[in-house]
Design a protein around this ligand. Sequence first.
Ligand SMILES: NC(=O)c1ccc[n+]([C@@H]2O[C@H](COP(=O)([O-])OP(=O)(O)OC[C@H]3O[C@@H](n4cnc5c(N)ncnc54)[C@H](OP(=O)(O)O)[C@@H]3O)[C@@H](O)[C@H]2O)c1
Length: 333
Amino acid sequence: MKQLKIFITGASSGIGLTTALHLILRGHFVVGSSRHPERLTKEALKEKVLRDHTRFRLDKEGRAIPLRIELPREFQNLDPLLESLKFVALDPSREGSAEEAAREFFSLSEGEIDVLFLNAGMGIFGPVEETGVELVREQFEANVFQHLKVLKQFLPVMREKRKGKVIFTSSLGGLISIPFESHYSATKAALERLAEGLRMELKPFSVQVAVVEPGDINTAFNLTTAQALKRIAPEAKSDDLSRLLNSFPLPESSPYYLRARNSWNYIFRSLLLKPSPSVVARLMVKLAEKERIAFRYRAGDPFQTIPVWIGTKLLPQRVIQWAVEKLYELDKK
Ligand SMILES: NC(=O)c1ccc[n+]([C@@H]2O[C@H](COP(=O)([O-])OP(=O)(O)OC[C@H]3O[C@@H](n4cnc5c(N)ncnc54)[C@H](OP(=O)(O)O)[C@@H]3O)[C@@H](O)[C@H]2O)c1
């Protein structure tokens, strides 16, 4: 297999980091981005990989108890893998950051790019009526506009060389709105329509575009949500479930309080029990290496991905909504 030159945004943890390591294992040249590459010591990265591959159980007091670490066999020797992963700074809220990141990438990759994974992202939480527009703007900046800024730096090279793939990390939440995370779902739906159009635009230039829709994956994603809402101290841990549950953002006076609280509890409890990011990473590796790729892929717990997929194809909206409200226990007393 020819060595591919790959750029992954949001590679400092979760799906991006694990994908980067699986790609390095296959012999590819990988550069990842982070807003704070200076914080990414080998020890810090290792801790994240181990956390993202830990199986948890929840106890009655609402704590997450680590059961075991299920590292892929190939990850037994993490140090050399982590040493091979290079990082560049990318903070799309900083003027000129995407240009600098791309320049640095191309100087490391000798001007080549084979696969661009647009993976960085975060979520916010709150009822549409009560969520400040500034926060919604941050949500769209992180999940949509930053990808556009990065794309603009890479597409001219891919188009001129008439090769390459752009793969977006979307979400099943882009197909069905997550209760009280509708802004997040809206960003992923927007991303999917953009990607569809982009695929048609780039077809004559042999640049392929795809979206990957993960189901729930056991990463630090929910911690970032609590941090974006400024509800939790920066040093909080993503598996400190009691603390995360207590960071619920709505006041009791909110007319949405009870249903939103139920949704928050479900989202924060269930994510810790979901598959590790390696489930998504293995698919990402296949897409990077395959000659021709389709447009839409799913990865995660099949008990989640398959019903969502079939449901959105076959069921009327009222049935889907009923099922989502039940799953997220919105009316639990
Ligand atoms: N976990 C899930 O259940 C799940 C399901 C479906 C889709 N996804 C999607 O998968 C992608 C990766 O998420 P993850 O689960 O791996 O979460 P994660 O562990 O929190 O990783 C998120 C990555 O995105 C970067 N990031 C976070 N906020 C950002 C911002 N405001 N601006 C720029 N970069 C930011 C982070 O990098 P720095 O903080 O170092 O900059 C980090 O590397 C996201 O697009 C997410 O929407 C996740």
